[in-house]
Design a protein around this ligand. Structure first.
Ligand SMILES: [Mg+2]
Length: 217
């Protein structure tokens, strides 16, 4: 039996769409364009990007949560994977460039076990959203995601990583088993990185069950 550790992105990986982008489109701070992914330079100071797109967003807590929840749909099987991981003591963590102020209410809605999470901290103020990066203050997000995968690899785990975007590429290169979708899948094709395409978490759930539960012959 393999000893798995699961590291996953949040926006567009756990949820069917990127909630951060949906919020920016909602408040008009960002326009939906096909070149969106190129706007996020992983080596640039992320506070510049966040202040540009999230800085002007003004909403109170209640209004903010109702907007996010109207956009948030968690992919099929995620809840089961989270619960399965907890029952079988499989490390399962979220490593995200998104904001805690939208990730937490979404997870809460689904009544999930508490998951270790690394993300950006947001604060709703009358002047707009202020952000802070206590989880990875000096490391670019893509390198930090890769570090989390390496952390479990060094402890002898078979690492499973799930992602959908450019900032997931470095972690994708490190993972033993990679689930990729959308732009990350395109990048993996381009860089010849092997991956399993995924639409939701049902494939991963099946894989975990096959490994951890002895199925009848
Ligand atoms: Mg993502």
């Amino acid at each position: 039996m393999k000893k798995f550790a699961i590291i996953t992105d949040f926006d567009g990986t756990i949820t069917t769409r990127d909630i951060g982008n949906a919020l920016c489109f909602h408040f008009g701070t960002m326009k939906p364009t096909s070149s969106l992914v190129k706007d996020y330079d992983t080596k640039e100071d992320p506070s510049i990007w966040f202040n540009k797109f999230f800085g002007p967003i003004k909403a109170n807590q209640q209004e903010f949560e109702s907007i996010i929840l109207s956009y948030a749909v968690v992919k099929k099987g995620f809840e089961e994977v989270a619960k399965f991981a907890q029952e079988h003591k499989i490390p399962f963590e979220i490593v995200s460039g998104g904001l805690d102020i939208y990730i937490k209410p979404i997870l809460k809605k689904y009544n999930l076990p508490p998951l270790p999470m690394y993300c950006v901290r947001g604060n709703l103020t009358p002047k707009g959203i202020k952000v802070d990066f206590p989880d990875y203050p000096t490391t670019p997000l893509d390198d930090f995601k890769a570090q989390r995968v390496k952390y479990y690899k060094n402890k002898g785990y078979t690492t499973i990583f799930l992602g959908d975007g450019l900032v997931d590429l470095e972690a994708a290169k490190e993972a033993d088993i990679l689930f990729a979708t959308d732009y990350l899948a395109e990048l993996c094709d381009r860089h010849k990185i092997p991956y399993r395409e995924f639409k939701d978490f049902t494939k991963l759930l099946k894989m975990l069950k096959e490994n951890y539960v002895s199925l009848p012959a």
